[in-house]
Ligand binder design. Sequence first.
Ligand code: CUA
Length: 654
Amino acid sequence: MKISLKIIASLLLATSIVSCNNSEQKKEGNRGALASNAAEKVYVAPGEHDEFYAFISGGYSGNITVYGLPSGRMFKEIPVFSQFPTNGYGYSEETKPMLNTSHGFIPWDDAHHPDISQTSGKLDGRWVFINGNNTPRIAKIDLKTFETTEIIEVPNSAGNHSSSFVTENTEYVVAGTRFSVPVPQQDIPINEYKGKFKGALSFISVDPEDGRMSIKFQLMMPGFDYDLSHPGRGKSHGWFFFTTYNTEEANTLLEVNASQNDKDFIAAVNWKKIEEYVNNGGGKKMPANYAHNVYSDESHSATSTMIKEVLVVDPLEVPGAVFLLPTPKSPHGCDVDPSGEYIIGNGKLSADLTVHSFTKMINAIENKKFDGDAYGIPILKFEDVLAGTVKQAGLGPLHTEFDGKGNGYTTFFISSELVKWNLETREVIDRQPNYYSVGHVMIPGGNSAHPFGKYAVSMNKITKDRYLPTGPELEHSAQLFDISGEKMELLLDFPTHGEPHYAAGIPAEIIKDRSQKIYKLAENKHEYATLANGDARVERKGNEVHVYMTMIRSHFTPDNIEGIKVGDKVYFHITNHEQDFDVPHGFAMIGANNAELLIMPGQTKTLVWKPKQVGVWPFYCTDFCSALHQEMQGYVRVSPKASNIKLSWSLGED
Ligand code: CUA
């Protein structure tokens, strides 16, 4: 035991020495003329705009961060699955329903794979989707407002990892379970895993007009782990591909027991065929309980609806819809090239990359060249579907993206490098070290038929010495490469927030002109909006008090309120009357057990405050909105529970 540990330790040490050497060489190589050239390539002059947006997953922050490329500047953090005190998302009464689930209010998740909506295989810039991994959910962010506007929970799933990738017309956003579970959930011994646990692959339809999501069907697959997925496109449009591991169906000591088979599978799913089956009445409705949360820009409010059934499809009911492609060795990333011909399995315990051919797969299916089955699902022969392998490309391949010029770019976690290779010849063209231990790589449009092959961003798991130290906890590190030439050129390092798993990039011109600047006050349909200053008021209903408040530079109406009592529940419904771009106001109340609110022009938000102590308590605006920002304040007088001070309020100068 001691010896083998020593060997492993020395191997690890060797790797780190190699990467240190690389790093030294690279630093030397990048000095001088080359470095100044790189600086010019990422320099976005003051007042100028970046060429691309990058939506980077925040991992355990639960959110998405928005960056500009090539500058690496962060523009915004968009709250998705986590409460966000910066603007009150998940704290305001309007947004709390967004975080409702069948497990109750869940204020956090692990956000993984953003993907931008597409039309005809091209990024259309309408929405970005992202999956919540821990409590399975798919969220949709509207790229007009850069706000989360819809979250749907995914039942019968756990560790929602092979998600949230879209088909080429955004017909579906797809979610696959990483952990198989009993379906329906039940109290059974864990060692009865094999055969009893199921892996649900969920196809969530997206309304082409308003983007509304709905689970069309769940395909109930064998109890493997479904790791990642990508859609077919072009010739393979209508198919979806999922990597699997633990095809051993082990339920303990997975790091050993799930690495026994030389090959696991890529599951190829003909969703068009299943859609047709379902449209003709196929599938079974099973009881379920999952939340569907929708935010409206008109009412500035979210609603949460619990849905009580889901349509499930047994793959054996739809012959010819599901096949298994043997793929070495516990494949992680499952990536489809822009033409739709090549399906790349990134076998994370392998040194070679497996490239499957869609054409060969279809031929093998038509000629019924099967090599047994798994729970009745036909297994194709490895040799019959293999286009070829990229030999000895690196160690620990994870993910591949494409430049649209015939090349793949694969990340290698163990050898810590980005490798460029030719899709047809499968020869390695270039390799660049990454600092350090790269996970995902992103090329804008890299998961579409039309990538923009100018930049690649690698998202690294380890930061170590790249920036000034910040104690034991470091933000992860991203690196920007220029991939426009034959060889890749490292341009920039920049820190990211949370743990990025994947990102989605898009040319800024596709979305920037549609970006909304304000909410029109005249269109505000919030139940508690105060559209005219004269309507500002305070109403008591038992121990509930509703404050109808307005805000405009630099005043709250009302600003002083008396007649509130200990034990009341005070709702501040505040409407921002500004109609200028970039003039939010904030609202903070002493002792409130939530967050401040940041309220955009024309928007209404609600904060609940339960006064616990007698006294006169101030509130104020948290956003420096004008020269008189410090004057934007007011008081609430709180009297004893039994007092009979009359409710009154001051309308100030209005
Ligand atoms: Cu309004 Cu500061």
